[in-house]
Write a protein that binds this ligand. Structure first.
Ligand SMILES: O=P(O)(O)OC[C@@H](O)[C@@H](O)c1c[nH]c2ccccc12
Length: 260
């Protein structure tokens, strides 16, 4: 079983527990009371690099990264640095996240919030919106074309923006066929978990000009951002470098507006 399959299997087990506790009909009813989704696209399309700053405690590849006892403190620091969006990992087993983190962060800032998880069912999309998420991640490698389309359309109907994640040429073609306006190229190979920083530059030319392209994983410095901007990135998604930086506001600011 690949690492991704393994993670998704755990996600499905945890999901079954939540589904038993909160029926889909209750979640749908809760949508009526939720703040409308915030649109990250104007900020992402603005000149110069944008940063999607991630709240990430640990990962399968790196293990422990940061304790983050109060994610709202980190989120406010990201917002002060000018983050275009804040990504909150909600996967529990491997990344130490939760929907509770997402709810707390959403209430603490005005910045659009991305639910970063392994979304494979409609329940998770509705759950994301009910928790306040403004964006959801859909990982092409984890979905067949029908599910990708269905989940993409559902998220859009709920007013959310979808970040479609690709890792290779074939997945790029699937994202293009979907018509996704926001595509993230993850430099981390989901089979080996190794980061290849050349991935973005290799895949970006396969995506249409008007697609907002996000370079994900392995971005540590403003120079890394500059390189990806020259390769066609509008934004970078950064986790490790920011959660380990003692001055996250300054770190986000230094990665913002590169190439403007
Ligand atoms: O910590 P990094 O190397 O800056 O990476 C952030 C982000 O790209 C990474 O967390 C990520 C990209 N796609 C994902 C999908 C699921 C979980 C995590 C991810």
């Amino acid at each position: 079983m690949s690492v991704l399959d393994d993670i998704v299997a755990g996600v499905r087990e945890d999901l079954a527990v939540r589904e038993a506790a909160t029926p889909l009909a209750d979640l749908r009813a809760a949508l009526a009371d939720v703040d409308p989704a915030r649109d990250p696209m104007p900020h992402l399309r603005a000149p110069g690099s944008s940063v999607i700053s991630e709240v990430k405690r640990r990962s399968p590849s790196k293990g422990h990264l940061a304790d983050i006892p109060d994610p709202t403190v980190l989120a406010r620091a990201y917002e002060a640095g000018g983050a275009a969006a804040i990504s909150v990992l909600t996967e529990q087993r491997r990344f130490g996240g939760s929907l509770e983190d997402l709810r707390a962060v959403r209430a603490a800032v005005e910045t659009p919030i991305l639910r970063k998880d392994f979304i494979v069912t409609e329940y998770q999309v509705i759950e994301a919106r009910a928790a306040g998420a403004d964006l959801v991640l859909l990982i092409v490698a984890a979905l067949d074309d029908d599910d990708l389309r269905r989940l993409h359309d559902l998220a859009s109907e709920l007013g959310m923006t979808v970040l479609v994640e690709v890792h290779d040429e074939a997945e790029c073609a699937r994202a293009v066929a979907l018509g996704a306006p926001l595509v993230g190229v993850n430099a981390r190979n989901l089979k080996t978990l190794a980061v290849d920083v050349d991935t973005f530059g290799r895949l970006a030319p396969l995506l249409p000009d008007d697609v907002v392209k996000v370079a994900e994983s392995g971005v540590f410095t403003p120079d890394d951002v500059k390189r990806h901007v020259l390769e066609g990135a509008r934004a970078v998604l950064v986790g490790e470098a920011l959660v380990k930086d003692g001055e996250p506001t300054a770190a986000v600011r230094a990665m913002t507006g590169v190439g403007a």
